[in-house]
Design a protein around this ligand. Structure first.
Ligand SMILES: [Zn+2]
Length: 76
């Protein structure tokens, strides 16, 4: 009986943790996502011209690249 009770408590805690985790993420994401997107500067790949978020750009700030392939080819 002790094992069953222990398993039930563990399952209950996991369930509560999952609900709290979802609630925390749903509560935060609508606020964080638009703000992050508008605040984040887009830059254009020096090779193919694709718009990329600043923090995802490869290479230097003056010459950002969208991918390793573009970075290896360099500027056209
Ligand atoms: Zn590119």
């Amino acid at each position: 009986m002790g094992v069953v009770r222990f398993l039930l408590i563990v399952l209950l805690l996991a369930w509560v943790a999952r609900i709290l985790w979802r609630w925390w993420h749903v509560g935060r994401s609508p606020v964080a996502a638009p703000g992050a997107q508008t605040a984040q500067a887009l830059c254009r790949c020096s090779r193919c011209g694709t718009l990329i978020p600043g923090d995802r750009a490869l290479g230097q700030k003056e010459r950002p690249y969208c991918s390793i392939a573009c970075q290896e080819k360099g500027e056209p």
